[in-house]
Design a protein around this ligand. Sequence first.
Ligand code: ATP
Ligand code: MG
Ligand code: MG
Length: 380
Amino acid sequence: MTTVGILGGGQLARMMALAGAPLGLRFSVMDTSAEACAGQFAPLVVGDYRDGEALAEFASGIDIATFDFENVPAGSAQWLSERVPMFPNPRALGTSQDRLAEKTLFGELGIPVPGYVAVDTPADLDAAIARLGVPCILKTRRLGYDGKGQFRIRTAGDAGAAWEALGAQAASGGLILEAFVPFERELSVVAVRGRDGEFRTWPLTENWHVDGVLSASLAPANVDAALEARAVGHARALAEALDYVGVFALELFCRDGELLANELAPRVHNSGHWTIEGAETSQFANHLRAVLGLPLGATRALGQACMLNWIGEMPQLEPVLAEAGGHWHDYGKAPREGRKVGHATLRADTSGGLAEALERVGAALGRESQVAPVVARLRQ
Ligand code: ATP
Ligand code: MG
Ligand code: MG
């Protein structure tokens, strides 16, 4: 019996454990919170990731390690990887923990990115705004997620407020100023690479964010084959450069037929949740297959799927369950403003059928505005 250790016990670890049960796997999860929702399905070691004792307890009970979030302290990841096989490797993790290192790698691989400048002081910020122009976005280089640690700069006069909001973090992890991309679409490539180097991608996903948080994903995205091939090529180049093993997502902005890379998430990704019911093999199952050195499953889509995130609190489940292709995922978390507490996936054989199902669910739950951009895309 193999026990997979997951650093981080949120919904990603929870869905990984659920996907691993049919493979006969056991799981152990480490998290800083005793309330971590993966703990409802796997033994939970509670402790700070830098706490050597807790980490040693976690390491002693597992055969292989992976993680459900990218902010594992580098030293802890390194320590663990010297004791048990760990995938993805600490270098892949370290690169994607730092927006500057990540963008530097994108550049080295010829992957286009939005304009950016590293910022360490208020004077740097003024110079960076002058160079990139407005609007632009100041971001912490490290530890950001769901749009946290970001400040949108609309005019040069916003520099003071931006520094006030994020300047304290210039000393700890550094800041980066990015040009604002007036994109037409946001896309993501969810990809998997096995221990033997086999590489697969699911069909491209189109994503809609609200206030920096993912709201809806549609797959397969309706994009032309040449654009998809370019996106997949970028993902493959990154996977090979990092000797990556497991699932990752590459977030892209699409503008005038051009693709600009936003960030790489070194883990299973929210924009890949649709693969649970919408693809032959889910991202969670394939991540486990990859890290365990098992054959990868097919990634083809089963019709059209749309994932809707539930943020703050769970809505009523009946309208989704009443749909022929409706699927419900409650993460078992306490409601809290801004928190991802669950998602639904609607699946249909045709775009028209999916659009109708989304309209019914949107109307029944009072979520018309959440489904509207997806319905518009499906009807285009
Ligand atoms: P997560 O890891 O949860 O995806 P994050 O906190 O790392 O989020 P980003 O992915 O950098 O944040 O940004 C969140 C969203 O904000 C993006 O998906 C996009 O909608 C918007 N955004 C971020 N950077 C830019 C940019 N340079 N131009 C335009 N929009 C942007
Ligand atoms: Mg991110
Ligand atoms: Mg992102």
